[in-house]
Design a protein around this ligand. Structure first.
Ligand SMILES: [Zn+2]
Ligand SMILES: [Zn+2]
Length: 135
């Protein structure tokens, strides 16, 4: 499977060379502010399976739990291209929205459940974690 995604303006493109190791929906405050939505959804893969083309910039910050997070974004349109968490070395999270594809696999895990807006439904069978170890 080779998924192709892009940012809103199309200047940055993302290709995945493998199926994701995991698919998360994350309700943490960082994901809410990053996306402007009540939750973020991301495909987690080994860095070697993700190819990014085009100019990007990094926003590095420390979460309220003291973890270093790096958001990579398109400097032209602001779309998040990927993010990494110091706690997950070697893995990279690619937002599901870059693919705008309803065939994207649904989340297997729902993390930061304590921040979930109560009306947001979680897919049947997804593991619910009160505090995620990642986004
Ligand atoms: Zn862009
Ligand atoms: Zn998050």
């Amino acid at each position: 499977m080779n998924r192709q995604g892009q940012c809103l303006c199309g200047a940055v493109r993302v290709a995945l060379a493998a199926e994701p190791e995991r698919v998360n929906m994350c309700h943490c405050a960082d994901c809410q502010r990053r996306t402007g939505s009540p939750f973020g959804m991301a495909l987690w893969l080994a860095e070697a399976d993700v190819t990014i083309g085009g100019e990007t910039r990094d926003f590095v910050h420390v979460s309220d739990k003291g973890r270093k997070l790096t958001n990579r974004f398109c400097p032209n349109c602001g779309s998040t291209i990927c993010y990494t968490a110091a706690l997950n070395p070697g893995l990279i999270a690619v937002p599901a929205g870059l693919f705008a594809d309803p065939a994207t696999p649904p989340p297997q895990r729902s993390v930061f459940e304590e921040r979930r807006h109560p009306w947001v439904a979680v897919p049947d069978g997804a593991v619910r974690l009160p505090r995620g170890r990642d986004g």
